[in-house]
Design a protein around this ligand. Structure first.
Ligand code: ADP
Length: 487
C-alpha cells in the first residue's frame, strides 16, 4: 500500500510536540510492516536541517493555485530517520514558512491551506496516486475537501483519506476567504460542511477534515469519548456524532528506536529493568549537568509545552510541593504565551540558587532524554490530554508518572493504590480533580512511597518499563482501517 502522511510536524526534523513523534513513529511502523510511506511537510526555516539527510531540490517549479493566480513553490526531498520526506517551500511575499517559528501567526490558516493545496497539486502533477492519504490535525483539514471537490474530478479518485485528530482544542477557525484562496466553492460554508456552529460566518478547517474524510481517528479511546460527549469537543460533538460510524480512538504508541533507555544515544548510561541500577548513574549525571546537590532525595520532573492545557498552575504548584516534601524538582518547558513565560522566568530567577531545583525554559531534545533517564517521577497535571506521550516515555525509562486522569493519561497510567489490577500491572499515580489538593495527594503518595517503601517504588518503575506502548498494536489497527476504507 502507498501511504502519504501529510502533516505540519515530523520528529526529529520539525517538532513542537507529540504530533511530531506520532507522525514519525507511525510512519516508521508502517514502513517496517512493508508499506510504502512518504511524508509531506512544509519547509520551515527553523527546522533542524542537521536531522535531514540528502536534502535536494526535487521539483523546481510547482505552481500552486492561489486565489485567482498561482504561488510558485519548490519541492525538496530528503530523509528523516530513514523516512522519505518531501518539503514544500512557497515563494511569495508572505514568506509563509520563513518566520523563525512553526505556529502562532495571524495567517496560520492561510499558511497551512497553501501547504495542503501544494501537496495535492504535487501529487497530481507528479503522478502520485496514494492509496491512503493520512492527514493530521487542523493544519491539514483542507486536504480532504480539496481532494474530493477539486482533484477527484481531475482523476484522483483512487485515494482514500484517514484523518487523525491530535487536539481538537485547535480547530483552524478562519474566514470564508480561505475557500477562495484554496479554489473551493462557497457552498462549503454550509453548517454540515465547514461552517462553524459556534462562530457564525467562520470556516472550520478541522470540521472540513472530519466531514470529508473516509475515516477519522483520535489518539486515545478515552479522548474519543470525551470529545464526542463533553465540552472537550469544543463544539465538534454534533459533527462527531453525525460521523460516528467512521470514528474511533486508537492509542498512540512511541517509537522504541528513539525512546528506549537500552539504546538511547543521548543518555550517558544505558539500562533496562534488568540493570535498573544504571538509572541511578543517569540520575547522578543529570544532577551534575543541572548543578543540583547530590542528596538522598527523589527527583520530580516535568517535560512539557507550557500552556493552559498542560495545567501550568499545577506545574508550578508541583514545584512547591516537591521542594516542601523533600524532593528535588526539574522542569524543562517551552512556552509561547507571554504571560506564562513571564511566570516561569520569575520562578526560575527565584529558585536560581536553590540546589534542589532547576528550571530550563527552552526546547531541548537532548536534555529531555537525560531527564526521562535521570528523574524518579514525572508530573503531568493536564487540564485535558488527548493522549500524552511524556507519561509513556517516562514509563519506558522507569520514571514513575503522576498524572491527572484525563484522556490518554487515564488510558495509560494505572494507579499504585486505587486499582483492582494486580500490583505488577500498576504503573503510577493518578488524580481526578484539576486542583492543587488532588495533585498534592497523588504526588504526596509518590514521594512517600519513594522514601518509605523503595522496593515497592522500584517495582512500580519497572512495571512501567515492562509495558508495551510501542506502535506494534496501533500500527496494525491503522493498517486495518486503511484496508477497510480502500475496500
Ligand atoms: P503535546 O503534543 O501536547 O505537546 P505530548 O505529551 O503528546 O504533548 O508530547 C510531547 C512531546 O514533546 C514529547 O516527545 C516531549 O518529550 C516533547 N517535549 C515537550 N516539551 C519539550 C521541551 N521543552 N523540550 C524538549 N522536548 C519537549
Amino acid at each position: 500500500m502507498y501511504i502519504a502522511m501529510v502533516a505540519s510536524e515530523c520528529a526529529p526534523a520539525a517538532k513542537v510536540g507529540g504530533l511530531a513523534d506520532v507522525v514519525h513513529g507511525l510512519a516508521r511502523e508502517l514502513q517496517l510492516r512493508g508499506q510504502s510511506v512518504e511524508v509531506f511537510l512544509p519547509m520551515y526555516d527553523c527546522m533542524r536541517y542537521e536531522r535531514i539527510s540528502n536534502l535536494k531540490q526535487y521539483w523546481p517549479d510547482l505552481w500552486v493555485p492561489y486565489y485567482e493566480g498561482g504561488c510558485h513553490c519548490e519541492v525538496f526531498h530528503g530523509e528523516v530517520d530513514g523516512l522519505s520526506c518531501y518539503f514544500f517551500r512557497p515563494h511569495s511575499k508572505e514568506n509563509f514558512f520563513n518566520r523563525g517559528i512553526y505556529y502562532g501567526h495571524n495567517d496560520d490558516a492561510a499558511r497551512f491551506a497553501l501547504f495542503s493545496r501544494a501537496v495535492l497539486e504535487f501529487m497530481y502533477k507528479s503522478g502520485r496516486r496514494p492509496d491512503i492519504i493520512h492527514c493530521h490535525d487542523w493544519q491539514t483539514g483542507l486536504v480532504a475537501p480539496m481532494l474530493f471537490e477539486i482533484y477527484q474530478p481531475l482523476g484522483m479518485g483512487h485515494s482514500r483519506i484517514c484523518y487523525t485528530l491530535h487536539n481538537v482544542h485547535h480547530q483552524g477557525l478562519t474566514g470564508p476567504h480561505i475557500l477562495r484562496q484554496s479554489g473551493l466553492g462557497m457552498h462549503l460554508m454550509d453548517l454540515d460542511k465547514l461552517g462553524d456552529g459556534r462562530h457564525p460566518g467562520a470556516a472550520n478547517l478541522m470540521k472540513g477534515g472530519i466531514v470529508y474524510s473516509n475515516f477519522i481517528t483520535t489518539v486515545s479511546p478515552r479522548y474519543a469519548d470525551e470529545i464526542r460527549h463533553t465540552e472537550l469537543g469544543h463544539g465538534l460533538q454534533a459533527t462527531l456524532a453525525a460521523h460516528s460510524g467512521k470514528f474511533c480512538g486508537l492509542l498512540n504508541g512511541i517509537d522504541y528506536g528513539s525512546w528506549n533507555p537500552e539504546v538511547d544515544n543521548f543518555i550517558p548510561y544505558r539500562y533496562s529493568f534488568d540493570n535498573f541500577s544504571n538509572k541511578y548513574a543517569n540520575k547522578e549525571a543529570l544532577r551534575h549537568r543541572l548543578l543540583l546537590q547530590d542528596k538522598f532525595k527523589p527527583i520530580v520532573s516535568v517535560v512539557s509545552r507550557l500552556d493552559q492545557q498542560k495545567g501550568v498552575q499545577l506545574i508550578s504548584h508541583a514545584l512547591f510541593h516537591a521542594l516542601a516534601n523533600g524532593a528535588q524538582f526539574v522542569l524543562l518547558g517551552s512556552g509561547t504565551e507571554k504571560s506564562i513565560n513571564d511566570h516561569f522566568w520569575a520562578l526560575k530567577q527565584r529558585f536560581n540558587d536553590n540546589p534542589d531545583c532547576h528550571i530550563e525554559l527552552s526546547f531541548n531534545e537532548e536534555l529531555s532524554h537525560m531527564i526521562y533517564a535521570g528523574a524518579d517521577m514525572i508530573v503531568i497535571p493536564s487540564a485535558f490530554e488527548p493522549c500524552g506521550l511524556t507519561q509513556i516515555i517516562g514509563m519506558k525509562y522507569g520514571t514513575v508518572p503522576v498524572v491527572r486522569a484525563t484522556g490518554g493519561l487515564a488510558d495509560t497510567v494505572c494507579d499504585a493504590n486505587y486499582s483492582n489490577k494486580p500490583y505488577e500491572e500498576r504503573t503510577g499515580f493518578t488524580f481526578d480533580d484539576f486542583s492543587e489538593g488532588a495533585l498534592d495527594s497523588a504526588l504526596g503518595r509518590a514521594i512517600g512511597l519513594w522514601y518509605k517503601y523503595p522496593r515497592y517504588f522500584n517495582q512500580l518503575a519497572t512495571n512501567g518499563m515492562r509495558q508495551d506502548y510501542s506502535w506494534n498494536k496501533s500500527g496494525g489497527d491503522y493498517i486495518n482501517i486503511f484496508n477497510h476504507i480502500r475496500a
